[in-house]
Design a protein around this ligand. Structure first.
Ligand SMILES: Cc1cc2nc3c(=O)[nH]c(=O)nc-3n(C[C@H](O)[C@H](O)[C@H](O)COP(=O)(O)O)c2cc1C
Length: 217
């Protein structure tokens, strides 16, 4: 293993405070959006966003993820139809009462127009093992690694001035079939990306206060 010198800007604490405050204020503006404009976005922006996500740390640097960018309207329609079949079953039979009551505040149901409206769907797959040809090797901390990459992805989308929804129309095996994924890949998240539809509203939610989500020792 070769080593190179780490290149990182050295900031004083005033600069760090200013930057971290600015980042916090920006990040607090991120919201999940469920209504998209069909306005197109250059593919190179989406590719940058995905590359930002793929710069995430991962267990033993195995990078156990695959990002499928879907822009083909026919594929988006297929995904919407399959997602709605699962979500109809979820809302009408599979979700317990308690979960349905929680979901009430978001005004969601099994209809998923946004899967066709958004110009891009980013489907994130986790690689439960590594596969090179027929050779299988282990991946480590797959869920943790892919979860971190997903966080980078959502942050990059927001930073680019776009919006997204973290969507999980489970079970999501249909995504593996439609996108013809190899046997080591399992759908992790389905993320429509685009501009919000004009006049889009988001639910008023309360987030936990600092003292609720953090303890300092
Ligand atoms: C792992 C995960 C799965 C989610 N699945 C769905 C989903 O299937 N449908 C949906 O409308 N929202 C889904 N959401 C979005 C949450 O409802 C949303 O993040 C939460 O209400 C907080 O709102 P905010 O993202 O605007 O801060 C999911 C979020 C996460 C992190």
């Amino acid at each position: 293993m070769k080593f190179i010198e780490l290149k990182i800007a050295s900031l004083n604490s005033d600069e760090m405070l200013e930057r971290s405050t600015h980042f916090l204020e920006k990040l607090k503006l991120r919201r999940s959006v469920r209504e998209f404009s069909s306005e197109t976005i250059p593919l190179k922006i989406i590719k940058n966003i995905v590359s930002s996500a793929s710069s995430a740390p991962s267990g033993a640097n195995k990078q156990p993820w695959k990002f499928c960018i879907v822009k083909d309207p026919k594929l988006k329609k297929k995904i919407r139809v399959a997602a709605e079949i699962e979500e109809k079953e979820n809302y009408e039979h599979r979700f317990p009462e308690e979960w349905l009551a929680e979901l009430n505040q978001f005004g969601t149901d099994w209809h998923k127009e946004f899967l066709e409206e958004a110009p891009y769907l980013i489907v994130l797959f986790k690689q439960v093992f590594d596969l090179k040809g027929e050779k299988q090797t282990k991946n480590y901390y797959v869920n943790e690694s892919v979860g971190i990459a997903a966080g980078f992805l959502l942050t990059a989308i927001h930073t680019a001035g776009l919006v997204a929804l973290t969507h999980t129309p489970s079970p999501m095996g249909f995504l593996e079939k439609i996108l013809k994924r190899p046997k080591n890949e399992r759908a992790f998240l389905l993320i429509p990306v685009g501009y919000p539809k004009a006049g889009t509203e988001v639910p008023v939610l309360t987030k936990k206060s600092f003292d609720e989500y953090c303890e300092i020792f």
